[in-house]
Each structure stands twice: as structure tokens, then as C-alpha cells.
Design a protein around this ligand. Structure first.
Ligand SMILES: Nc1ncnc2c1ncn2[C@@H]1O[C@H](COP(=O)(O)OP(=O)(O)OP(=O)(O)O)[C@@H](O)[C@H]1O
Ligand SMILES: [Mg+2]
Length: 317
């Protein structure tokens, strides 16, 4: 089987996730390469380990840049730390005013609180960067490589976390608003209210996109090993609670060779896990990728992987 449906014009965002080391980055890049044959594609790495640069053998940074030799493919690293420090710089004054007007904290305490992180905010800010790109609409497809499982989950559950924080902040504001109205009879919305409202809107935009099966697809990558299968099961269950339903799964590192006794044993050992994957994830389209003799690094190997994922025909528009 090959990956299907990624050419649908409405589908914009494709996110790869899974346990550490199972082939997420390789599959994300090979998919982006395949899509870029017919679609303007942006490959987005949210993994601070810079592995997209290593695998593509080209330096990718915090600015969008063309992937050499592929005019339809660009890449960028969107890293939470970077997005968070930009957010803090941009909204320092609103955050400070929120605390000044809604708490009894003195200036020193406020400065200390501001150094603490708001739960989910760093991931939300990376997601905001991604959704801003999608809404600008310069590309047809956005392919996201995530760091291992925990990170993909944090990324995807960040709207919930931030939403809870916004609710608390809004409650604090409500008390302030009540006080002002009692004293002066009126209340005029200020920049803190506008800031909370815009955060709330960002959370909604992200949630709506993630839950929309026609615009967003999450593709889990797994390998035929017990721990990877268990972790994928948990990942898919957690995604399900956020309303994100996967439709296909990549089973990577499948042993095909039987040339030596070691290969035969490896292949036999994998069989029961491949069977298990078919049973546990029977609702998903299963795409098997063979274990290559060499690591997947550079365009030649990525092209081989692309052919395993999609067959050798270009993906049609
Ligand atoms: N089918 C394959 N055959 C051989 N090597 C592979 C295959 N798929 C991936 N690899 C190699 O396995 C290693 C891990 O792959 P990759 O970096 O894509 O995984 P990852 O899931 O992104 O890892 P991480 O969780 O660290 O981000 C790399 O060295 C890659 O070249
Ligand atoms: Mg990776």
C-alpha cells in the first residue's frame, strides 16, 4: 500500500509523529519531496535536533529557504524556544499589566512571575507560526516533522493547556473590570483584554484546523517492535481525545531480505509485530517501508524512500 489522499487540494497540513528514532524525519522529508513535484510545499521542522538539515544535507534555519534543486520545496525550522521568546518580547507589556491590575503582586514579584512559562505557550507559539503560514496561503502543502511522541502530543494538546490559562486570566480580569465599573460606572476594554481575546482566537484557529480531517492529517510512524507499537497505541488514543483521528500508518524498517540467517531471524521476529499492527490499527491504511541497507541521508536515499511511500508515479494535482 502507498500513502493516499495527500494530493487532495483541501488537505493543507500533514504532521508526522511517533516514537524516537522510528523514521519520522525521513518520512516527512520524503513526503515533502514527493508532494513538491506537483504542489508548492513547505517542510516545517519543529524538532530542535536540526535533523532535517542533517538528512537533507542542507542547512535549514529559522527563515524559509528553498531546498536546493527543488524549486517547489522550501523548508524552515520552527522551534518552541525561539517562538516563545518572540512572544514574550512582543507581549511583555500586556502580561505585566494583566498581573498589575489583577493581583496584589509587587513589581519584583511580577518580574519573577513573567520569567515563568505559561503552560502550553511555547508550543502554541510554534503552532501559531505554522497556522500563520497556512493562512498566508503561499504554499499548497505544509509538512511538519515533530520530535518524539511526547513532543507531538504537547504540540497538539497545547491549545487545551493555554485555553485553561486564558480562562484563569479572564477571571482575574473580570474581577478587575467589576471593580472599575463599581467605582466609575463604566469600563473600557484595554490592550490586555484585546491580548487575551487574540490568544483565545489563536487557540480556536489551531483547534479547528487540527480537528478538520479535510485540512489536516496526522500520520503516525511505527516500527515492528513491541515498545513502538505500545507507544503508537497511546499516541493515537491521546490524539483521539483531542479530536484528531489518523487514517494511515507507516510501518518502517520492515526486514525484507532473507539472504542470511541473521536476516531470516530478524524477519521472522518482526512477523508477529506486523500482524499485531494490522490487528490493533486495523482501521488505518498500512504502508510498509523496508529496512534499507544504509541510513537515509541525502537526496538519493530520500528518493528511494519516497518511492516506497508513494510508488514510482508522481502525486497528481
Ligand atoms: N527504512 C529505513 N532503513 C534504514 N534506515 C532508516 C530507515 N528509516 C530511517 N532510517 C534511519 O534511522 C535513523 C532515524 O531516522 P529518523 O531521523 O528519520 O527518525 P526520527 O523518528 O525522526 O528520529 P527522532 O525521534 O530522533 O527525531 C536515521 O539514521 C535514518 O537514516
Ligand atoms: Mg526526527
Amino acid at each position: 500500500m502507498a500513502l493516499t489522499g495527500l494530493e487532495n487540494n483541501d488537505l493543507k497540513l500533514i504532521i508526522f509523529g511517533g516514537k524516537g528514532g522510528v523514521g519520522k524525519t525521513s518520512c516527512a522529508i520524503a513526503t515533502a519531496l514527493a508532494l513538491s513535484e506537483n504542489f508548492k510545499t513547505l517542510l516545517i521542522s519543529t524538532d530542535p535536533a536540526h535533523s532535517v538539515s542533517d538528512c537533507l544535507e542542507q542547512q535549514i534555519g529559522f527563515k524559509v529557504q528553498e531546498v536546493a534543486g527543488h524549486k517547489n520545496l522550501a523548508a524552515i525550522e520552527v522551534v518552541a524556544d525561539e517562538a516563545l521568546s518572540r512572544f514574550k518580547t512582543e507581549h511583555q507589556s500586556e502580561l505585566k499589566k494583566l498581573l498589575e491590575t489583577s493581583t496584589d503582586l509587587d513589581n519584583e514579584d511580577i518580574d519573577e512571575v513573567l520569567t515563568l512559562s505559561i503552560p502550553g505557550i511555547d508550543e502554541i507559539m510554534s503552532f501559531k507560526t505554522i497556522i500563520d503560514f497556512i493562512e498566508e496561503g503561499q504554499y499548497d502543502k505544509y509538512v511538519v516533522d515533530t520530535a518524539p511522541t511526547g513532543h507531538a502530543l504537547r504540540l497538539i494538546s497545547s491549545p487545551k493547556l493555554l485555553d485553561a490559562w486564558i480562562k484563569v486570566a479572564a477571571r482575574m480580569r473580570w474581577k478587575y473590570r467589576y471593580m472599575i465599573t463599581s467605582f466609575s460606572g463604566t469600563y473600557k476594554q484595554d490592550e490586555v483584554d484585546a491580548f487575551l481575546l487574540s490568544l483565545k482566537k489563536t487557540v480556536k484557529r489551531i483547534e479547528n484546523l487540527l480537528r478538520d480531517k479535510t485540512r489536516c492529517e496526522f500520520i503516525p510512524v511505527c516500527i515492528p517492535e513491541a515498545m513502538a507499537i505500545m507507544e503508537t497505541g497511546r499516541l493515537l488514543a491521546d490524539l483521539g481525545t483531542s479530536g484528531i483521528i489518523a487514517q494511515q500508518i507507516i510501518v518502517n524498517n520492515v526486514m525484507v531480505s532473507e539472504d542470511c540467517s541473521f536476516c531470516k531471524r530478524r524477519k521472522a521476529g518482526q512477523l508477529k509485530y506486523i500482524q499485531q499492527i494490522s490487528e490493533i490499527f486495523n482501521h488505518l491504511n498500512k504502508v510498509e517501508v523496508p529496512l534499507f541497507a544504509e541510513e537515509i541521508k541525502g537526496l538519493e536515499a530520500l528518493t528511494q524512500l519516497r518511492m516506497c511511500l508513494f510508488g514510482d508515479k508522481p502525486i497528481n494535482q
